[in-house]
Design a protein around this ligand. Sequence first.
Ligand code: SF4
Length: 311
Amino acid sequence: MYKHVFGPVPSRRLGVSLGVDLVEAKTCNLNCIYCECGGNSKTYSERGSYVNVDEVKEELKSALKKIKPDYITFSGSGEPTLNSDIGTLIRWVKENTDSKVAVITNSTLLHFDEVVEDILEADVIMPSLDAISEEVFIQINRPHPSLKSEDILKGLVKLSEKFKGKILLEVFIVEGVNDTPQELKLFAEFLKRLGIEAIQLNTLARPGAVDWIVPATFKRLNEIKKYFESFGVLGVEIIKKYKSRDQIEKYSPEGEKLILNMLSKRPYALEELCEMVGEKKEELYKYLEILEKESKIEFVYMEGSFFLKKL
Ligand code: SF4
């Protein structure tokens, strides 16, 4: 059990991901209404050395003796770019390990040159954007007073111009808050201008920081996806977790049966299972999420990769 390093976590996009939390719990400059870590009593605005860098390096060295992750992911229970040592750590990972680096950020500090410079060596950056107008930004993200929506937009443009790796931008939809016709139009215009080719629409999967928000439906997310596409926004994808089989497009009972049947014989590595079922990883996940939620299968980390095991 480590203080800063967690996982490995199976991830659709990143494969085997080893997480690194670079701040203490809920050290964030936002206080999003949907935050799964709960509400924070204060927001932070200053970058600083929130954790001991040598301690993080030691934990990573120790974890990497047992785990061979595809990605080391800087994320966790607060905003990782608030840590001014993130650049040093990304460079250390690149120089000392074979893993690729992913950074999950709330995008609030990307208008600062030094923050973008710090994360340029990552392979994947997953920024989020929940509002375009200042009014909705305040409503959904409840930011530190020093932050402005306009700066986030500038920061994302700066990142898209400078970063050579892959950007997966997440837009978290809270029905009735950031999906009004006016806000969606502003989103579509900005996303089209930004030109990032992977936009992920997400919504609540677990209770947020306030009790009145409910997850957006698939129908609503799909309408938003179609609306963005009608503006010429590319690569829009819904990443909401499935709750039931009937919400999933082309869910095949035979496919599910085949997976369970195979796993009843022995555990299979994810890649192996994909090959045998003849489905891509993204397609397979639609079955695995349901079966894992119903405790019919589990992900087990063995011999450097995730295996699926029938329970
Ligand atoms: S940015 Fe992330 S950690 Fe910070 S409040 Fe929002 S959801 Fe929570």
